[in-house]
Design a protein around this ligand. Sequence first.
Ligand code: GDP
Length: 298
Amino acid sequence: EKLKAGLNKTRDNIVSSIDYVFNGFTNIDDEFYEELEETLIMGDLGVRTTDEIIENLKEKVKENAIKQPAECKELLIQLIKEQMDLGPNAYDFENQKSIVLLIGVNGVGKTTSVGKLAGLLKNQNKKVIMAAADTFRAAAIEQLTEWSHRNGCEIIAQSEGSDPAAVIFDSIQAAKARKADVLLCDTAGRLQNKKNLMEELRKIDKVITREYPEAYRENLIVLDATTGQNALSQLREFKDVTDITGIILTKMDGTAKGGIAVAIQSEFGIPVKYVGVGEQIEDLQKFNSEDFVNALFD
Ligand code: GDP
């Protein structure tokens, strides 16, 4: 329900204009397809994904000898689901001893997502430790400390400006000593300085490989849905620097650009694992493509 409410703006944007196309045309012709294509692109599904969907739709329409535009709607919904399909969504780190890095540029909601995700996992009876390894942004440590009061999870932090890899080192020792299930790490997001970012992530990587080889690893990139296609370029940039195993798409509640979830999964084949639909602790939801598309078109 929260997901549905969080998608209100996206639904208004995409579905109302799609309905407009389906109801506004009496024939399935080039003009109809062009209009539909434009609508999907405006809905932030991305040019490549949209092209593929339209091509597939044309085929299905031929195959099934469909004549009425309105009859295409169910087909379209099905095709969007297929386009997003990555097989069963994996939440592997929830089921074993794990270390999860949250990465992404400043302001996308990394620290907030660490706090919310820790709370969500704790509700599943996991022992979670949060590592305040964004030592670069002034308020990040303080902010995560506040989150630890809210979610009741332990936080490991050093002073501002300290070495992130040292914070990770400390956190790993704590995670081992306390038999934590999940170690969630906030990181700094200096994409403007790609060389520094790479260095920092490489150093962190080394520490994890050396100190915590038994842990299952994930790198989740946090992307702000309100930035639309910009989020896709951030993903591209970070993919150059490190392995990305999943995505947290934040601020879905404030945007009409939620369609980028389709573009992301379809173009990159990387699963969106969680979506942020508000600023409160309960406002992080597991993502499931099928539910997402259903919530959009419901
Ligand atoms: P960071 O720099 O990436 O660590 O970003 P922060 O965690 O500090 O988040 C930046 C702002 O985005 C804060 O004001 C958060 O409350 C807000 N924020 C994060 N996630 C969401 C979300 O899902 N929905 C909304 N509406 N705001 C969010």
